[in-house]
Ligand binder design. Structure first.
Ligand SMILES: [Fe+2]
Ligand SMILES: [Fe+2]
Length: 262
């Protein structure tokens, strides 16, 4: 079996690219299940109930990251969105779920866990390694396929998590940097890993934002808002993982990038 994992969706253009390309990708790879990180889908910052439902037309689960609470009122919506997963290692009083078990239409179940890194991340979070252990201890033994979205900045922390969970989960896939890495591989224990799957955002941009705004921010060193989500050709980055649903082990991972003119 195969599942597809897609990186951070940025804004309306990103959502539209998902809508148009995911059905084609499902057919092309014969993938039965699609997970997408939606932390930047609402105007570049966070998620809303409407944007989540839009993504869930073509995808099975939406994961989140450090932008989880950027949209006002989303804390009220998330409780009604059982296919939306925010990082599990947030304060336990926060609304929403950090992991969930979902039915794979092709057979069996898939557990999806979202975790946020601690290195170079502004928001405080509990230890993602300890949290991963806690969640894995709670998962029923019948759930073999387990996918972790590790939303983190540092490649070292992401590689550490992949190796920490090798042999215990099906895949550890990185998000947050919006830049796809060239290191997709299956680790010795049967865990597919990739440091960052990339984004769904404008090709001529800096992480999905308008280049002039980002240049102004860096060149001046002054605090600067980045309100403009760039448009034009959208690049959709992701990875497809081949796995055995009876063992939960991955046998292959392949990264991909598609482009679409909107
Ligand atoms: Fe992001
Ligand atoms: Fe992020």
């Amino acid at each position: 079996m195969k599942f597809i994992f897609i990186g951070d969706v940025v804004g309306k253009g990103g959502r539209e690219a998902v809508k148009q390309l995911v059905p084609e990708l499902r057919r092309e790879y014969n993938a039965q299940f699609v997970i997408v990180n939606g932390e930047n889908s609402a105007g570049g910052n966070g998620l809303t109930g409407t944007c989540a439902r839009e993504l869930l037309h073509s995808c099975d689960v939406v994961t989140l990251g450090d932008h989880t609470w950027d949209q006002k009122g989303f804390e009220l919506d998330i409780g009604r969105l059982d296919k939306v997963i925010r990082p599990a290692n947030y304060n336990k009083t926060q609304p929403g779920n950090g992991w969930g078990i979902f039915t794979n239409p092709a057979g069996g179940s898939i557990a999806v866990i979202a975790l946020q890194g601690k290195v170079f991340m502004k928001e405080s979070a509990y230890c993602p390694f300890v949290t991963a252990d806690e969640i894995l201890a709670q998962l029923p033994g019948t759930v073999k396929t387990i996918v972790v979205d590790f939303h983190a900045e540092a490649t070292s922390e992401k590689l550490a998590m992949a190796n920490y969970l090798d042999g215990r989960v099906t895949a550890v896939l990185g998000t947050h940097t919006h830049v796809q890495t060239a290191d997709a591989r299956v680790l010795p224990g049967g865990t597919a890993a990739m440091t960052d799957v990339g984004m769904v955002g404008a090709e001529a941009s800096i992480l999905g934002r308008a280049i002039p705004d980002v240049l102004k921010k860096f060149a001046s060193g002054m605090p600067c808002r980045l309100p403009v989500v760039e448009t034009g050709t959208i690049r959709l980055d992701g990875a497809v993982v081949t796995f055995d649903h009876t063992t939960g082990r991955a046998s292959a991972i392949e990264s991909f990038a598609r482009r679409i003119e909107l």
